[in-house]
Write a protein that binds this ligand. Sequence first.
Ligand code: FE2
Length: 180
Amino acid sequence: MAILSIPEKGVQISDPNQIRTFFNERGIFFDQWSCDVVFDDQATQEEILAAYEKDLKPFMENGGYETADVISINSLTDNYDAIRAKFLAEHIHTEDEIRFFVDGQGLFWFNLETEPVFNLLCQRGDLISVPAGSKHWFDAGESNPFVKAIRIFIDMSGWVPHYTESGVEQKFKDFRITAL
Ligand SMILES: [Fe+2]
């Protein structure tokens, strides 16, 4: 279940409908999908994509998306620090960055510039689409990362990060979600 935070305002929202409205008002797609399958560590990409097909298929068809895959990051991931660093600095992409969280969690930060920076903790069942050109960054945590997520693309080459070099993420590096 997602949690929306606006650190500079001390705001934290966990109600899915409020979160959906907040993002929709800003042209950012947020949704929640569910499935009855419980995956073990050995679940294949095909099994995971098949389990979510009823939501995934229409979403991809409506959006003109071509490919979907599943990424896993955990404490055994090689070069995690380098992977983390790559997406921890503010950047944009030339296409939407769409992630559906099958398991684990990660924090997407948004800098729309017209309002205070906000972030969304994405967890199992949460789908977020970061619009092309939106300034953002992502963190799966300094230690014990765990992300299992479906990625959805039109063209995977659009996912290359273009860094803004603003350094704005540094202002929020000590952010922690407090218990609701
Ligand atoms: Fe990104």
